[in-house]
Ligand binder design. Structure first.
Ligand SMILES: *Cc1c(COP(=O)(O)O)cnc(C)c1O
Length: 363
């Protein structure tokens, strides 16, 4: 078959919204200081690594993993004090859970609503799942949620799901709790509060699950330091979880992830020390950036800082920083809330210093 024939078959058979999608782009970071993906920069003490490897020694790789991941769920319940009456299910990263929720509700002319900006996978997954995607802009000054606009948009589009990242990625803003409660009360369908940055913000809507029957809470172990494991978990009333669980493929959490996560949670204090250090370094970096001319830096409750370049173009500053060996995230988009905005993940102190030096010289 020649290339033209393939192109024509693709046009015939791949859904138009998928053809229009660009695949999630992960830039090449080789040789660069990597401050683009909200990863925890710290590794484990040697003794801990040795004990972890010992815990994997006898993993029965020839067998399918426990499809319900019972031990891991118990460890999650204990570590994060999940109340009775709240059910949980696991995903291969919280990305997979977002996809399962979207697939469970998707039908023609149904809507997934989120803020702009918000986590980019909401839009990609909504499109994949065949949902109509709507976004409500944050305000430019503080990148905060616009209550009236949100409520009006919910009334207009009657979304099957509203996704709210709490704190927001990429702004780092922890939206007002009262406003979120109003959204949950107004929404005709599900509201998912995505707490990917819980380790840094330490604020949660889990206690509200008892109060609101349409609320789901999403968590992940990625940002606290286990991004490579791919483990997310979804919390909600048992009746909702029972339905969404039907979409889950039987063995989505492999045995190495189950054993490794269970091991890691026994040493949760190690991660807490690391995330506390990251919060301190974030506040230091915020102070150092806010005295620079030519940038406006936003307050953050997560492990990254968003800043707007005011003296040059964001694209130029991003490039100049990369030329100096530091990879951050370019979020610039013309005529949008994010014009000339860049996002830096908080790394180790030496990495943050390299970034700051590169930024100063780029400005
Ligand atoms: C990083 C991120 C996720 C995805 O986390 P994984 O568990 O690694 O898939 C989900 N939501 C938000 C808001 C994020 O920033």
């Amino acid at each position: 078959m020649n290339d033209n024939a393939i192109t024509s078959m693709i046009d015939d058979w791949i859904r138009p919204e998928i053809r229009d999608l660009s695949a999630y782009h992960v830039p090449d970071s080789s040789g660069l200081i990597k401050l683009d993906a909200m990863e925890n920069p710290y590794t484990w003490p040697t003794q801990l690594t040795d004990n972890w490897l010992a815990s994997l020694r006898d993993a029965p790789l020839n067998r399918y993993p426990d499809p319900t991941a019972k031990s891991l769920k118990i460890a999650l319940r204990e570590t994060f004090s999940i109340p009775d009456g709240v059910e949980l299910m696991l995903g291969n990263g919280s990305d997979e859970l977002i996809q399962m929720i979207a697939m469970a509700v998707s039908a023609p002319s149904r809507t997934l609503l989120a803020t702009y900006p918000s986590f980019s996978m909401y839009r990609i997954i909504a499109t994949m799942a065949g949902l109509d995607y709507r976004e409500v802009p944050l305000n430019v000054d503080e990148l905060d949620i616009q209550r009236d606009l949100m409520l009006a948009s919910i009334a207009q589009h009657k979304p099957a799901i509203v996704f709210l990242d709490y704190p927001n990625n990429p702004s780092g803003k922890l939206f007002d709790q009262e406003t979120i409660c109003e959204i949950i009360e107004t929404a005709p369908g599900l509201v998912v509060v995505d707490e990917a940055y819980y380790s840094f913000a330490k604020r949660s809507f889990i206690p509200q699950i008892a109060r609101y029957s349409n609320l789901l809470v999403l968590r992940t172990l990625s940002k606290m330091g286990l991004a490579g494991l791919r483990l997310g978990f979804l919390l909600g009333r048992p009746d909702w979880i029972e339905q969404i669980n039907k979409i889950r493929l039987p063995y989505n959490i492999n045995i190495l992830a189950q054993l490794s996560a269970t091991f890691a949670l026994k040493h949760y204090d190690v991660f807490c020390q690391q995330t506390d250090k990251i919060c301190q370094d974030r506040d230091n970096l915020y102070r150092e950036m806010s005295v620079l001319g030519g940038v406006q830096v936003y307050h953050s409750d997560a492990n990254f800082l968003l800043f707007r370049v005011t003296s040059r173009s964001g694209n130029e500053v991003f490039e100049a920083i990369r030329q100096q060996g530091v990879l951050i995230k370019n979020l610039h988009s013309d005529n949008s809330v994010l014009s000339d905005c860049l996002r830096v993940t908080v790394g180790r102190a030496d990495e943050n210093a390299s970034f700051l030096a590169a930024l100063k010289s780029a400005l």
